[in-house]
Design a protein around this ligand. Structure first.
Ligand SMILES: Nc1ncnc2c1ncn2[C@@H]1O[C@H](COP(=O)(O)OP(=O)(O)O)[C@@H](O)[C@H]1O
Ligand SMILES: [Mg+2]
Length: 356
């Protein structure tokens, strides 16, 4: 057991987007120094921390020198190369939650195989290397599926819906012939996610589960509490615990689910980091996901996840950020990420409305 970090220790964050920014703010409030590492100039996180190294994730000399100056290193981006996390660990840097969660989350075939090993149900799936390999599993899946790139997909990018008889060559071409996964299409009634924190001592805390509305593959709203039965909710929490244990996880992770009409749940994917569908937690609960993640990686005691409000969290995409004034006037709690340019569909901020 590694001793808890002292007050004033330095927490390193790989990745410098909005999640890094919100983690840094939470860490600062607990008295930590924060250093961020990432390739992007003028990033959301870099502008709220005093220490920044701007370099590529694959620059191992730079990342190890940076990591050695931190007391613990965590990540806010699930596509940090596994080799980078492993190089830090091999150099004696404390990396929480380690390299394995990255390895299990970065490739959809590995991810779904691992979820199944943990006893968590997923959609049926098949690895696809060429368009000719699509027809047989698609027919087995009842003729409806989704072809996704195995790696690097986010916000619904790198996905094509398929039905029997479609032009599979064209579909694989749309994914630039990348290695792919074919998943059975799940006729879900709703989508929920579960956010779990696991401390350095193995203790877990699970927040109430949000119901998530996606449009074009991008999260638009998370509503809490989700309207699901107690047994559905318990099943998502059981699965999250099993996953966190299997990864020997330290920090916050999110597991996304489809809920079927009969209340059964099917896991979709997990994120080894704080998650957009947990952005309501600081405004609704005793402890929010960002502070909880920092407490966990610092080896500090986890906070209570008691929820005080029913809430709706809305993402502000692109120029929806222009609605900030009205939202503030209406009593919403707005968080903006400080991104310089409001490109269409880009996550610029989010707003939390308390319903109770
Ligand atoms: N197998 C599936 N069946 C039905 N809908 C799906 C399936 N996979 C993904 N989707 C829909 O697409 C959205 C984005 O897919 P996801 O796998 O979560 O990719 P991303 O990494 O882009 O978030 C999901 O939230 C869901 O709405
Ligand atoms: Mg997703």
């Amino acid at each position: 057991m590694i001793a808890p970090l002292p007050v004033g220790a330095t927490i390193g964050i790989l990745g410098n987007g909005q999640l890094g920014r919100m983690l840094a703010e939470a860490a600062a409030r607990l008295g930590f120094d924060v250093s961020v590492y990432g390739p992007e100039p003028d990033s959301p996180a870099s502008r709220v921390v005093a220490l920044e190294v701007r370099a590529d994730y694959t620059d191992l000399d730079a990342v190890i020198a940076w990591g050695k100056a931190c007391d613990v290193v965590t990540y806010e981006f699930e596509n940090v190369p596994v080799a980078t996390a492993q190089a830090l660990i091999d150099a004696g840097v404390l990396v929480r939650p380690g390299a394995k969660p990255l390895e299990m989350a970065q490739d959809r075939v590995i991810e779904k195989t691992f979820l199944k090993q943990c006893g968590i149900p997923t959609a049926d799936f098949a690895g696809i290397g060429a368009a000719s390999e699509i027809e047989t599993p698609l027919n087995q899946f009842g003729g409806k599926g989704i072809l996704k790139t195995r790696r690097d997909g986010y916000d619904g990018k790198g996905q094509v819906r398929l039905v029997a008889g479609d032009d599979f060559e064209e579909a694989h071409h749309a994914l630039a012939y990348a290695p792919a996964i074919l998943e059975a299409f799940i006729p879900f009634e709703k989508e929920v996610s579960v956010l779990i924190a696991r401390g350095a001592d193995g203790e877990t805390r699970v927040w109430d589960i949000p119901e998530n509305g996606h449009v074009n593959g991008i999260l638009r709203t998370s509503t809490v509490p989700a309207e699901v039965t107690e047994s559905t909710s318990q099943e998502t929490k059981r699965a999250a615990k099993a996953l966190a244990e299997a990864l020997d996880y330290i920090g916050v992770l999110a597991l996304e689910f489809f809920v079927l009409e009969n209340g059964d749940v099917v896991a979709n994917e997990f994120a080894p980091r704080v998650h957009n569908s947990g952005h309501w937690t600081p405004e609704a609960c005793a402890t929010g996901q960002f502070e909880q993640h920092i407490r966990a990686v610092a080896g500090w005691p986890l906070g209570l996840v008691t929820r005080y409000h029913d809430v709706v969290m809305e993402n502000l995409l692109g120029d929806e950020i222009l609605s900030t004034d009205q939202r503030l006037a209406a009593g919403e709690i707005v968080t903006l990420y400080g991104k310089r340019e409001a490109k269409p569909g880009r996550k610029m901020g989010h707003s939390v409305r308390r319903l109770t």
